[in-house]
Design a protein. Structure first.
Length: 226
């Protein structure tokens, strides 16, 4: 990702986005800093969900790194966060994921502002359970400034809509055991814990709670978590 795209990101979101030189094995983090964005629009406009396409790779990289850093940097070491951001949001890796027929990325826009995103997987692209009749919600992330404004709820409802279209038996996901806000959100929507697994963040092993939902039995919630 070049410096020009990073400048565009800063201008658009008032966030100094994270970028790496991800060619070859020498990927290095060049800069990482999230600034307060007090002049972002406070009044929510219509939230529009759009499917991401391969040409959106840099938008996905920027929103992905920014939201992950905002969410998890207070609870993890800078070294582990940097390693994860450079690996998981490397340009070539995202290009491959965007072209995967068994995955889908969706952006949430507030007017012209990209505020969050969703990633869902099915079939062989699911990260753990490979059940042909299941759908995985791998990621729902919203910029901190827009949390509590139902952006995440719109993204979640999109995932449930896709599950209905695909006629799956259940939807599942993994949530870090210390992410109490997300856990509360999914419990309110009818998810139940069925297992646990280990998630590697840099050099640290963390525990994720695995949760699932029968789409036909989902609960409705208006709690402003995301």
């Amino acid at each position: 990702m070049n410096r020009r795209k990073n400048k565009l990101c800063r201008k658009k979101w008032n966030i100094r986005c994270i970028y790496c030189t991800d060619e070859g094995k020498d990927a290095q983090l060049l800069s990482i800093q999230i600034n307060s964005a007090s002049d972002l629009i406070k009044r929510m406009e219509h939230i529009e969900i759009r499917k991401a396409v391969p040409d959106d790779v840099y938008k996905l990289q920027e929103i992905g790194r920014a939201t992950f850093y905002e969410t998890f940097s207070p609870f993890n070491t800078e070294e582990n966060i940097k390693e994860y951001l450079c690996h998981s949001f490397a340009t070539e890796k995202l290009k491959k994921e965007l072209s995967d027929a068994n995955s889908g990325f969706y952006f949430a826009y507030n007017g012209k502002t990209l505020t969050g995103y969703l990633k869902v997987n099915w079939g062989s692209s699911q990260t753990e359970i490979k059940d042909a009749n299941a759908l995985e919600i791998e990621r729902i992330y919203v910029l901190k400034e827009y949390q509590g404004r139902k952006v995440g709820q719109h993204l979640y409802e999109k995932a449930i809509e896709i599950a209905g279209e695909r006629g799956v038996d259940f939807v599942w996901l993994g949530v870090w055991e210390r992410n109490h806000k997300a856990l509360r959100f999914y419990l309110k929507n009818g998810f139940t814990e069925f297992d646990r697994h280990v998630f590697r963040l840099g050099k640290e092993s963390q525990t994720d709670l695995m949760m699932k939902l029968d789409p036909g039995k989902q609960k409705k919630t208006h709690e402003k978590i995301f």
